[in-house]
Ligand binder design. Structure first.
Ligand code: GTP
Ligand code: MG
Length: 320
C-alpha cells in the first residue's frame, strides 16, 4: 500500500458525523471508500446512489470536506506577507552562498545532487549546525529535523563542526532531531511527524538525505515509473508545504545514476528526473575536484544565472 493511501485510510467513513456502519457499508458498496471521494461528490448523485435524502447527502459531503485537508486559497496580501519573512541560511562557504543568491532560502527546496563522496551529506551536516546559529552569524536561530534514509548521520561530525564555530557541541546536538526512514512510505509519514514536532520546537531546517534512495530501490522496472514519480511528487509538495508553513529551509540530497539507469540513460542525471527538478527551487550539482575541493554548479534556476564555484570539505566543515 502506498503512503498516501495509508494516510487516507487513517480517517474512515465512520468518522463522518451522521454516518453509521450501515450507511458506510452502502457507500463502500457504491465505491466510495475514502473521504476524498465523498467530499468531491454532488449531493444529488450521493443521494441517488446511497438511497438517502439530498439534504442528508449534503450534510455528509460537508462533513467529509471538513475532515480532509483540501487546502485553499490565500489572499495575495497574505502571500506577500509570508514572502517578506523569507530568510537565508549560510552554507559555511561565502562562494556557495553567493552562487544561490545569499544562502539557502527558506520556503524553498534546495537539492544537492552528485555522485558518492561528492559532499552532499557533509553539506547537510554543516547546514544543520549553521541553522542553530544566531541570525547575525548567518543562522536561523532554530532547530533542525533530519530524515536520514541511509544511516549517514554522524553526531561526532556535528561536534567537530560546532566546536569549529565556538558553539557548545552538546547544546547543538540537542537542537538536531534525526529520524531514520526505513522505506519510502515511512519517509513520507515522517514529514507529517515533522509538522507535529514543528508545533513545539522552532524548526527552521528540514533535511532529507537522501530524497530518492528508497524510491529508487523500491520502484524497480519501467512499469513502476509513473507510480514512483507520483509518490515522489506528493512527497516533494509536502516538503514544500512544510517550508512555507514554518518558514523553513528544505535541503534534499539526490544521487546521480552511477551507471546507466533503467529510467534515465544519462549517468549525470539526478534520480527522479524532472519531477524533482520542477519542484526544487535550487538545484546544485556537486562534483569532486582535487584535495578536498568540490565544484558546485547551480543548475537551471529560474532567477539566477547558471554558474559554478569551488568549496572545500575540511576538518572544520564546509568552507571556501
Ligand atoms: P553518498 O551519500 O555516498 O552519495 O555521498 P555524499 O555526497 O553524501 O558524500 P559525503 O558528504 O559523505 O562526502 C564524503 C567525503 O567528505 C569524504 O570522502 C571526505 O572527502 C569528506 N569528509 C568527510 N568527513 C570529513 C572530515 O571529517 N574531514 C575532512 N577533511 N573531510 C571529510
Ligand atoms: Mg551521503
Amino acid at each position: 500500500m502506498s503512503a498516501s493511501k495509508a494516510i487516507q485510510k487513517e480517517k474512515r467513513l465512520e468518522d463522518i458525523p451522521g454516518i453509521g456502519p450501515a450507511t458506510a457499508e452502502k457507500l463502500r458498496e457504491a465505491g466510495y471508500d475514502d473521504l476524498m471521494s465523498i467530499a468531491v461528490e454532488s449531493p444529488k448523485a450521493l443521494a441517488e446512489i446511497c438511497e438517502i435524502g439530498e439534504s442528508t447527502a449534503a450534510k455528509i459531503i460537508n462533513a467529509a470536506k471538513e475532515l480532509i485537508d483540501i487546502g485553499g486559497f490565500e489572499s495575495g496580501e497574505a502571500i506577500l506577507e509570508r514572502r517578506r519573512n523569507i530568510a537565508r541560511l549560510t552554507t559555511g562557504s561565502k562562494a556557495l552562498d553567493e552562487l544561490i543568491g545569499g544562502g539557502l532560502e527558506t520556503q524553498a527546496i534546495t537539492e544537492f545532487y552528485g555522485e558518492f563522496g561528492s559532499g552532499k551529506t557533509q553539506i547537510a551536516h554543516q547546514a544543520a549546525v549553521n541553522a542553530t546559529l544566531p541570525e547575525e552569524r548567518g543562522g536561523l536561530n532554530g532547530e533542525v529535523l533530519m530524515i536520514d534514509t541511509e544511516n549517514t548521520f554522524r553526531p561526532e561530525r556535528i561536534v567537530q563542526m560546532a566546536t569549529a564555530l565556538d558553539l557548545n557541541p552538546q547544546e547543538t546536538l540537542k537542537k538536531i532531531h534525526v529520524a531514520r526512514a526505513f522505506n519510502s512510505a515511512h519517509q513520507m509519514l515522517l514529514v507529517e511527524k515533522a509538522n507535529e514536532l514543528a508545533r513545539e520546537k522552532p524548526i527552521r531546517l528540514l533535511i532529507v538525505d537522501s530524497l530518492t534512495a528508497h524510491f529508487r530501490a523500491e520502484y524497480v522496472g519501467r512499469g513502476t515509473l509513473a507510480e514512483r514519480q507520483q509518490a515522489l511528487n506528493k512527497h516533494m509538495h509536502e516538503l514544500l508545504r512544510f517550508g512555507d508553513v514554518h518558514n523553513a529551509v528544505i535541503l534534499c540530497t539526490n544521487q546521480v545514476a552511477a551507471k546507466p539507469d533503467a529510467f534515465f540513460g544519462d549517468p549525470t542525471r539526478p534520480i527522479g528526473g524532472h519531477i524533482v527538478g520542477h519542484t526544487a527551487t535550487y538545484r546544485i550539482y556537486l562534483r569532486k575536484s582535487k584535495a578536498g575541493k568540490r565544484i558546485a554548479r547551480l543548475v537551471d534556476s529560474p532567477s539566477l544565472p547558471e554558474a559554478e564555484c569551488v568549496i572545500s570539505v575540511t576538518e572544520e566543515g564546509i568552507r571556501d
